[in-house]
Design a protein around this ligand. Structure first.
Ligand code: LCS
Length: 405
């Protein structure tokens, strides 16, 4: 059996996208070159005309980038993928490829802050309106659709509320209305959720997160279900120029080899931490797709292979108590981004989702007290002990305040 032919995800992660190279390396070489020599003037002309396959210039195509793209397309079960310079570059390329002036977008309220801001600012400038909905409610999505709706864009689970959308149901609705269904699959990765298999047309990722997994790259990807969508977006990306570079593509491809292993560990630890938080007297609520208390637990069970590494919670003391915890963790690190091997904690209202504005945050369910945790692959007891300790300090500070007052 060819290594690439295994249907098992853990094998796919190790071997996907790897081709044959000069000298037989088991790892794709880094083709750190901006341009490629032609055999002759006629050869160069044939490449530009598309009469022959080959490499011309690294904004258009590069073998190291292509290897990583093939790996992700294989994992997502898509036609082909396009590596981008960041997750935002990928999202921007999708919008500018598929939308025309006068079109309309339906977007879930639970999205990464800058995604909403991109639609409300840059995309809006081209006379394209967006309606934001709670996409977990299919009726809300249905009611928002207009004659000119061209894209239904969802992030599931959404950042940072972890609101979950039924991909299959929304994809059906999109297609009944001649719209494209685009899913940001960053929080789950193809190891835990494959939207194209559930009817989506396009998947985007911030590769900065779980797919790379090591907090050392900023990159993105677009995976298309068919050739027509891929060709359209490839042309746009080539014109916009927001491509990934070969070294970052190499690092992402290397990260993917351990994706299945990492996602298993992230999920196992996050489940334990979510249960610890849910049982802690100072915690007001916890959102985690693996908890029965999650409002869309049944949808999660249907479309996730495991529950992932992201948790959101709020303490009884709200913002002040949350800040006290963030300022007193010693093992978890206070930083934005997510999906790396190290545990990170952050405050969406004042950090990742600040650009959305208070009103949009409140509508999306991002309370001022919400704290987000990206669970790493360290020993879970170290993470729990750290949180427990920070929660204790936070409650002592509160009681001190009370005694002074
Ligand atoms: N999509 C999701 C779901 C994200 O969480 C992010 C970044 C992006 C797209 C954009 O990707 P980038 O351009 O950064 O590669 N999310 C971040 C976060 O929650 N904290 O810092 C970045």
């Amino acid at each position: 059996m060819l290594l690439q032919n295994s249907k098992n995800l853990d094998s796919k992660c190790v071997h996907a996208g790897i081709g044959e190279y000069q000298y037989g390396p088991v790892v794709p070489p880094i083709y750190q070159t901006s341009t490629f020599k032609f055999e002759s003037a006629e050869h160069g002309a044939a490449l530009f005309k598309g009469e022959e396959e080959g490499y011309i210039y690294s904004r258009m195509k590069n073998p190291t980038v292509e290897a990583m793209e093939n790996a992700i397309a294989d994992l997502e079960n898509g036609y082909k993928a396009l590596g981008c310079g960041s997750g935002m570059a990928a999202i921007h390329t999708v919008f500018t490829s598929l939308l025309n002036a006068g079109d309309h977008v339906v977007c879930s309220k639970a999205v990464y802050g800058p995604t909403a801001t991109l639609l409300k600012t840059v995309i809006k400038k081209f006379n394209i309106e967006t309606t934001f909905v709670h996409a977990s409610d299919i009726n809300e999505v249905n009611n928002a659709i207009k004659e000119n709706t061209k894209i239904i864009y969802i992030e599931t689970p959404g950042n940072p509320t972890l609101e979950i959308t039924d991909i299959e149901d929304v994809a059906k609705l999109a297609h009944q209305n001649n719209a494209f269904m685009v899913v940001d699959n960053t929080f789950m990765s193809p190891a835990l959720q494959r939207p194209l298999e559930l009817g989506a047309d396009v998947v985007v990722h911030s590769l900065t997160k779980f797919l790379n997994g090591h907090a050392d790259v900023v990159a993105g990807v677009i995976v298309s279900k068919d050739k027509a969508l891929y060709t359209t977006m490839r042309k746009t990306l080539n014109q916009i120029g927001g491509v990934i570079d070969p070294f970052n593509a190499f690092l992402v491809h290397r990260g993917i080899k351990t994706l299945s292993l990492r996602m298993e560990k992230h999920s196992k630890s996050a489940q334990k931490i979510a249960e610890f938080l849910e049982n802690h007297p100072q915690v007001k609520w916890v959102r985690y797709p693996g908890l029965k208390s999650h409002p869309q637990y049944d949808t999660a069970q249907k479309q996730h292979h495991d529950a992932g590494g992201m948790i959101s919670f709020e303490l009884k003391g709200g913002l002040e108590a949350g800040r006290a915890v963030m300022n007193n963790v010693k093992f978890c690190q206070l930083a934005v981004s997510l999906g790396g091997v190290e545990t990170l904690i952050q405050h969406p209202a004042s950090m990742t989702h600040h650009s959305m504005g208070k009103e949009a945050r409140e509508a999306a369910g991002i309370t001022n007290g919400l704290v987000r945790l990206s669970v790493g692959i360290e020993n879970v007891n170290d993470i729990i002990d750290d949180l427990n300790n920070a929660l204790k300090i936070a409650s002592e500070l509160k009681s001190l305040e009370k005694s002074i007052a």
